[in-house]
Design a binder for this molecule. Structure first.
Ligand SMILES: *Cc1c(COP(=O)(O)O)cnc(C)c1O
Ligand code: SF4
Length: 395
């Protein structure tokens, strides 16, 4: 598949500063969009980052105004014009809006909430590497994302937009991975690895590929959703030289699956990259079973296999996004059996303090007696399964 036509000379200055009404027009009217709308660098340069800009684009609630004012010192606001264009201006409860625009609620902190809820910093043998499971490691290469999700679990380290991991730091991580023969799988994450230039990303991937015991390389990203124009032929041509490369893409809501996103996922899939999804369960965004089911089914149509639904971590400032765990269990109940197993991911709680992902599911095994188990199906019908017995020797 061909990449998009990208204007070779996007406007070099920050459009949002000079001609605000033009940005508003581009966001509102798809017909007004010139080629540079499809240039990922233009999209990044023109991200919506200030209260003044956002006021021009959307009527804000008082809680949002206050949230935006205070966000700078915590997790900065940055929204690509593309992702912003998915917001329903008339709906303060819009699921795209709630993910992207800070609200005052972020600054109410529950006593259980932590800065590093998954204990990643304690499982970091060298800077930028988290090694918590026996055969795989997580490499954090950048702190930048195209859009900052208000519920981000790595908000402690995300959003300053520092340069990507230096050669020296990567060298330490590389040496560690090389010395640990048990590591079969490196997950490149951040921030968002697809925020980096293709050559920079390739440098890490190429080095990792040179380690014989690294069987698969994975990339964790939200860019195909918040900046789908980043997925171009240059990127996929690079990635497909290093197979097997897998990608986990972070999706939150069926409204995120636009034609642009479908095109991006299609290109990645055509390049032979198996795509999985990761979704954080979020109150008021995707906590209704019908919404989650539609997301899972639409992902399959987009050639993305649902992989994980995460219980929202106990991270500082997310109390308003968190749901009871039972909400997630109920969603799993409404998926399994009601739709194809391909649309059923694993619901996990990432254990506070660094215990890792723990799967949580409805109980289908009602009792387990000697030689017999009692089960229920998705319709709540009860069945017995009789385990093998020792038969008298047949003649
Ligand atoms: C989620 C995660 C992984 C990958 O887990 P999988 O179940 O293999 O997808 C690896 N390392 C860390 C620290 C993680 O949080
Ligand atoms: S894309 Fe991931 S790392 Fe970036 S802000 Fe969202 S949740 Fe955090």
């Amino acid at each position: 598949m061909e990449g998009l036509s990208i204007s070779s000379e996007p406007p070099s200055s920050n459009l949002a500063d000079k001609r605000k009404s033009e940005l508003a027009e581009l966001i509102e009217d798809p017909a007004s969009r010139p080629d540079y709308w499809h240039d990922w660098k233009w999209q990044l340069k023109n991200r919506i980052t200030s209260l003044e800009q956002i006021r021009e684009l959307i009527p804000l609630t008082r809680r949002e105004e206050e949230g935006i004012k205070r966000a700078k010192g915590r997790l900065a606001m940055a929204i690509t014009p593309y992702f912003f264009s998915l917001i329903d201006k008339t709906d303060p409860k819009c699921p795209i809006r709630k993910q992207a625009i800070p609200r005052l609620d972020e600054f109410g902190v529950a006593s259980c909430e932590m800065v590093d809820p998954c204990g990643e910093d304690n499982h970091s043998p060298v800077p930028g590497l988290v090694h918590r499971y026996p055969d795989r490691a997580l490499l954090i290469v950048t702190d930048s994302c195209a859009m900052y999700c208000r519920y981000c679990t790595r908000r402690r380290m995300v959003g300053e937009e520092l340069p990507p991991m230096s050669i020296e730091r990567f060298e330490d991580a590389y040496k560690y991975i090389k010395s640990k023969k048990a590591i079969r799988d490196v997950l490149i994450s951040g921030g968002d690895p697809l925020m980096m230039k293709t050559e920079v990303l390739e440098n890490y991937i190429k080095r990792l590929r040179s380690i014989p015991h690294i069987e698969i390389i994975r990339i964790g990203t939200r860019v195909p959703v918040t900046l789908p124009m980043r997925v171009n032929s240059e990127l996929v041509e690079m990635l497909k030289q290093y197979h097997p490369v897998y990608m986990s893409i972070h999706f939150s809501h069926p409204r995120e699956i636009t034609p642009d996103v479908a095109r991006a996922c299609g290109m990645l899939a055509d390049a032979g990259i198996p795509l999985g999804s990761q979704t954080v369960l979020l109150k008021g965004i995707n906590d209704r079973p019908a919404v989650m089911k539609k997301l899972m089914q639409d992902l399959l149509k987009t050639r993305v296999r649902p992989y994980y639904i995460y219980q929202c971590d106990m991270v500082v400032g997310t109390n308003h996004f968190r749901t009871p765990v039972a909400v997630g269990i109920n969603i799993m109940e409404e998926l399994r059996g009601h739709t194809t197993g391909y649309a059923v991911p694993t619901f996990v709680v990432d254990a506070p303090g660094g215990g890792g992902k723990i799967p949580v599911a409805p109980t289908y095994l009602l009792s387990q007696a000697k030689g017999k188990v009692t089960l229920r199906n998705y319709e709540n019908k009860i069945f017995n399964y009789i385990e093998p017995v020792t038969l008298p020797e047949s003649k």
